[in-house]
Design a protein around this ligand. Structure first.
Ligand SMILES: C[S@@+](CC[C@H](N)C(=O)[O-])C[C@H]1O[C@@H](n2cnc3c(N)ncnc32)[C@H](O)[C@@H]1O
Length: 162
């Protein structure tokens, strides 16, 4: 029950912050599996992104379909549990980590096809198993800078830096 208050307050805070930053630029939301979503189908053929900003799932941390079950029910979004990368139910074993590396590398490999040459990718990750150097190598991306900071405004508890 405590969580509902924390999440509600966090949502109100995020909406208020976003209201101050909102521009009149159009935005498009595409719901799909980021390893293979067919962006050509929904974007103009020559479109290329300046960059990607992402907060991917991590290994064995959260079952997102369960965490956000209310959203699937309220908005009638079909569940795709089996497409979830790094779910909690898959654990954090070496095998789970290897599968995570392959799947997240597939995401960046796929999405970087839509990047301008030299486009930048910002990734927010708590890389406690040190998997991102291999992921970047497999995706054909290069790590330019790693910023370690405490992410303190999370709804989850804990102020460990990542
Ligand atoms: C750390 S959360 C970030 C959510 C959101 N970007 C944010 O900052 O609030 C990771 C998200 O990745 C989603 N995800 C997991 N596997 C995915 C996949 N194959 N394709 C697209 N999204 C996926 C999860 O459902 C979850 O919503």
């Amino acid at each position: 029950m405590e969580k509902i208050h924390a999440y509600s307050e966090d949502t109100v805070r995020r909406i208020a912050t976003f209201a101050g930053l909102r521009s009149d630029q159009p935005a498009l939301v595409v719901n799909g599996d980021s390893r293979r979503v067919n962006l050509e189908k929904v974007l103009p053929s020559d479109v290329q992104f300046d960059g990607i900003f992402t907060s991917p799932p991590y290994v064995g941390q959260i079952d997102y379909h369960n965490q956000h079950v209310y959203a699937y029910e309220l908005f009638g979004i079909p569940r795709r549990d089996s497409s979830e990368i790094g779910p909690k139910r898959g654990g954090k074993s070496k095998l789970a980590q290897q599968s995570y590396v392959e799947n997240i590398a597939a995401v960046f490999g796929h999405c970087s096809k839509f990047l301008k040459p030299g486009g930048k990718v910002f990734i927010v990750a708590n890389d406690r198993f040190g998997l991102y150097p291999e992921i970047m190598q497999r995706s054909g991306l290069r790590i330019k800078e790693t910023i370690v900071r405490a992410v303190t405004k999370r709804t989850e508890q804990g102020d460990d830096s990542f």
